[in-house]
Design a protein around this ligand. Structure first.
Ligand code: HEM
Length: 495
């Protein structure tokens, strides 16, 4: 017994000693020790993980930038930059890939996707998907976008007219999710999720929206010994939902590959690429892994943007009136609302840009690993292997980059009305990121945001339910993406 006690206390003392020595090294001798930031965040990854699992990391990072300036050490080996120059210094090089921890694959999945791939595979995947997301190809998806937007409107109308009534209070976040997931399911792998039809979430969606679970896995990966231990005691049943999700993905891709769609979809372009470039073709597993990445990336990001726009519009009636006026004077019938016609509306585009600034769908840092040989970022030589990022939330809300940064002001994007915002540094605003790893789905994103919002405000008068005000967007938590609360709105048919 005394021997056992001595061994365990020796072990505990050694572990404790190791952590203390490591923290001391991080604080004073680490290559990033010269950068400003709170002492504890520089000594250990724990404060960062604590904020991340509490759903407040991007908010904390913003307040650290307010306190320490445009470069902050947010973990022993990680720097955050809000200086717009960092966009070019970090993201314009293909050698800056996502840190392994942030691009890991689900257990049991061998194939990589655009998020997890190394330099060569990433370039191969981008080439295969590039054609599918060109402006020209995106025009072929308009019919799909129109179809589901119209279904959304008719379903909402059914509710407003129910029991001979005129209005209905509905959770717009849920309805937008139904729409965006159905659109990308149909255009991504040839079958929707039946959300609008059944007025309910498909189980696949509930699993992929569980970003908090992903962050828990990420946190554990910072401590490989803990990861190994947890994996060894995790029963297979704990991963059952994930396995079902992967099986659904497999079936959907298999079904799509077994039939030719009526009009070209995203997969059509990838298959064409495989035929034309057999040497760089994607395997079945890679098609599956990348399709899943596209469906996840191309759905709830758009729910955030659309729900964010409605939230800010409801909190600013003057801006809302201006937008409705632009919409209803330009369109005398609903079938005039198209990708092309909505793209010519300056106020709509300004509202959406301002929404992406104030509620960026990816508000957290877009993390990258400094490549071999190190790199100069904003004038500082950063050693290889360090993690660096520009955090969208902190950068777009920084008073060094934007005048009145927390105010919803679409006019800052309109050249004839922007004197108040002359000092804005628009180069800081990159909601789709930039460079070889930027958002591949931008043309589709713009089409969906414009068409869905235009159809909503053409068809409905949208108000906060009587006696309520719409909650501030910033009261929501962020688990890499926004954990969106229900957005209850009162809809009244305008026609
Ligand atoms: C308003 C809507 C959207 C926003 C704000 C947005 C933003 C972004 C950002 C910031 C990134 C870079 C992430 C990083 O650096 O780690 C990204 C990547 C990506 N996005 Fe989007 N996105 C949107 C919609 C879409 C849509 C509609 C699709 C496809 C249908 C899509 C597909 C992708 C893919 C596949 C990537 C990974 C690209 C790569 O690593 O090469 N996104 N998006």
């Amino acid at each position: 017994m005394p021997i056992l006690f001595t061994v365990s206390s020796l072990l505990a003392t050694s572990i404790f000693g190791y952590f203390i020595t490591h923290a001391f090294y991080n604080a004073f001798f680490h290559p990033l020790a010269r950068f400003k930031g709170p002492r504890l965040w520089g000594m250990s990854r724990i404060p960062f993980i604590n904020a991340m699992l509490g759903g407040t990391l991007p908010f904390r990072v913003k307040s650290l930038h307010d306190e320490y300036g445009s470069i902050v050490r947010v973990a022993p080996d990680e720097l955050s930059f809000t200086d717009p120059k960092a966009w070019k210094d970090i993201y314009s090089h293909k050698s800056f890939i996502r840190p392994k921890i942030w691009g890991s694959r689900p257990p049991g999945v061998e194939a990589h996707n655009v998020i997890s791939a190394g330099v060569a595979d990433h370039a191969r995947f981008r080439k295969a998907f590039q054609g599918a997301f060109s402006e020209k190809a995106t025009r072929h998806y308009e019919e799909t976008v129109q179809h589901y937007s119209e279904t959304l409107i008719s379903k909402l109308k059914e509710h407003t007219l129910k029991d001979g009534g005129e209005t209905a209070v509905m959770d717009l976040v849920q309805w937008l999710n139904f729409t965006t997931f159905d659109i990308i399911g149909d255009s991504g792998w040839g079958s929707d999720f039946g959300c609008l039809r059944d007025t309910q979430y498909h189980p696949w969606i509930a699993v992929v929206l569980h970003f908090k679970a992903v962050l828990m896995a990420v946190s554990v990966m910072y401590y490989p010994w803990l990861e190994a231990f947890l994996m060894s005691i995790t029963p297979a049943s704990a991963l059952a939902d994930l396995q079902k999700t992967l099986a659904t993905t497999h079936t959907k891709v298999k079904d799509r590959l077994a039939h030719e769609p009526e009009r070209p979809d995203i997969m059509s372009h990838v298959l064409e690429h495989n035929q034309n470039f057999p040497d760089s073709s994607l395997s079945h597993g890679e098609i599956e892994a990348n399709s899943m990445a596209v469906v996840v990336a191309g759905s709830e990001t758009l729910t955030t943007a659309s729900a964010g726009a409605v939230t800010y519009l409801l909190r600013d009636p003057k801006v809302f009136r201006t937008l409705v006026e632009e919409n209803r004077t330009n369109f005398s019938s609903e079938d005039q609302i198209s990708a092309a016609s909505t793209a010519t509306l300056p106020y709509l585009t300004a509202v959406l840009n301002e929404t992406l600034r104030l509620c960026p769908p990816l508000p957290d840092g877009l993390r990258r690993q400094v490549p071999k040989g190190g790199a100069v970022i904003c004038g500082h030589l950063i050693p290889e292997g360090m993690t660096v990022s520009v955090p969208c939330w902190a950068t777009f809300r920084s008073s060094s980059n934007f005048a009145s940064p927390d105010v919803f002001s679409p006019q800052r994007w309109l050249s004839e009305d922007s004197s108040q915002f002359e000092s804005d540094n628009k180069a800081a605003f990159q909601p789709f990121s930039t460079g070889p790893h930027n958002c591949i789905g931008q043309p589709l994103a713009w089409m969906e945001m414009r068409v869905i919002l235009s159809k909503l405000i053409w068809n409905f008068d949208i108000n906060a339910p009587k006696g309520t005000t719409v909650a501030d967007w910033t009261t929501q938590k962020i688990y890499w993406t926004w954990e969106k609360s229900p957005l209850e709105v009162e809809l009244k048919s305008a026609r």
